[in-house]
Design a protein around this ligand. Structure first.
Ligand SMILES: NC(=O)c1ccc[n+]([C@@H]2O[C@H](COP(=O)([O-])OP(=O)(O)OC[C@H]3O[C@@H](n4cnc5c(N)ncnc54)[C@H](O)[C@@H]3O)[C@@H](O)[C@H]2O)c1
Length: 264
C-alpha cells in the first residue's frame, strides 16, 4: 500500500485527487494538508462522508509529514506554497508529484536543489493529462517540419485560475523553441507590434473552461492548428495518481510525466 499525503487538499485538484486515492486499492490517504479548512474532516470537505482524517495546517507541514509518514506527497497549490512544501517533503525523504504551475525560474531552482540534495524522486509537470503529453510531442514534430511558419499559442482557462499564461502553454512554447534553436516569446500584443519570428502566447480567462490549448502554425496560403481540450479535471487527477504510484519506487531524480507514460 502506497501512503499518500496531499497539499492543497481542499482545492479543486486536491479534492479530486483525494477521491481518486480513496478509490484505489493500492493507495492510502494518510494526510490532507491545506491553509484553509484546518481541523475539518477531509471526507466531509470533499463531500464523500467522514474519513477521520482532519485537514492539517500547511504551516506545520514538517511535523504532519513526520507523524503521517507518507511515501509520496502530491502538491497542487500555488507556486510560493509548493516551493515550501517540496522543501519540507524532500527534507523528510518523501517522494513528490508536483502539479502546481506558475513557478519563477528562481523558485524552480530552489525546488530542484532540495530534491537533488535530499536524494528523493519527483515528477513535476504543468499538465498530468496523457493527451497533453502526446500534444507536446506533436508540437515538436510540427515545429521540425514547419520552421518558417508563424507560431501562436492560445490558451483558455476558467476565471479562477491565478497564473497566466498556463504552465502547459509555456511548456508548449519551450518544446517548440528547443526544436527551433531558441525563440523569443511575445505575450499578447498591444499597440504597434510588428510580427517577427517570435512565438506569440495569448491567455483567455472565462467561466468554467477546464483548459484549452491551441497552437497555430501559419504559413503562405495555409495553417495547421494543433489543439487539446480538457473536458474535466479528471484527466489531470488520473495522471497525478498514476505518477504517484510510479514515483513511489523511482530512483532519486527529477522526472516529467512523459517518463511515467514511457513517451519518448
Ligand atoms: N499539472 C496539472 O495537470 C494541473 C492541472 C490543473 C491545475 N493545475 C495547477 O494546480 C494548482 C492548483 O489548482 P486548483 O485549481 O486546484 O486551485 P485551487 O485554488 O482550487 O486549490 C489550491 C489549494 O491550495 C491551497 N493552498 C494554498 N497555499 C497552501 C499551502 N501553503 N499549503 C497547502 N495548501 C495550500 C488553497 O487553500 C487551495 O485549497 C494551480 O497551480 C493550477 O495551475 C495543474
Amino acid at each position: 500500500m502506497i501512503k499518500i499525503a496531499v497539499t492543497g487538499a481542499c482545492g479543486r485538484m486536491g479534492g479530486l485527487i483525494i477521491e481518486n486515492v480513496l478509490k484505489s486499492a493500492d493507495l492510502k490517504l494518510v494526510s490532507a494538508i491545506d491553509v484553509t479548512g484546518i481541523g475539518s474532516d477531509i471526507g466531509e470537505v470533499i463531500r464523500g462522508g467522514k474519513l477521520d482524517i482532519p485537514v492539517s495546517d500547511a504551516n506545520d507541514i514538517s511535523s504532519v509529514l513526520e507523524r503521517s509518514k507518507p511515501d509520496v506527497l502530491i502538491d497542487f497549490t500555488i507556486a510560493s506554497a509548493a516551493v515550501k512544501n517540496v522543501i519540507a517533503a524532500s527534507g523528510k525523504k518523501v517522494n513528490l508529484v508536483v502539479g502546481t504551475t506558475g513557478f519563477t525560474p528562481e523558485q524552480r531552482v530552489l525546488m530542484e536543489k532540495s530534491i537533488r540534495d535530499n536524494d528523493v524522486a519527483a515528477v513535476i509537470s504543468p499538465n498530468f493529462s496523457i493527451g497533453v503529453n502526446v500534444f507536446w510531442g506533436l508540437l515538436a514534430e510540427a515545429a521540425r517540419n514547419l520552421e518558417d511558419y508563424d507560431i501562436e499559442i492560445i490558451e483558455a482557462h476558467h476565471n479562477q485560475k491565478k497564473d497566466a499564461p498556463s504552465g502547459t502553454a509555456m511548456k508548449a512554447a519551450e518544446v517548440i523553441s528547443k526544436v527551433l534553436g531558441g525563440k523569443e516569446f511575445v505575450h499578447g500584443r498591444h499597440g504597434l507590434s510588428p510580427r517577427r519570428k517570435e512565438i506569440g502566447i495569448h491567455a483567455v480567462r472565462g467561466g468554467d473552461i477546464v483548459g484549452d490549448h491551441t497552437v497555430l502554425f501559419a504559413g503562405d496560403g495555409e495553417r495547421i492548428e494543433i489543439k487539446h481540450q480538457a473536458h474535466s479535471r479528471q484527466a489531470f487527477a488520473n495522471g497525478a495518481v498514476r505518477a504517484a504510484m510510479w514515483v513511489s519506487t523511482a530512483r532519486p531524480g527529477i522526472y516529467e510525466m512523459k517518463d511515467v507514460l514511457g513517451i519518448k
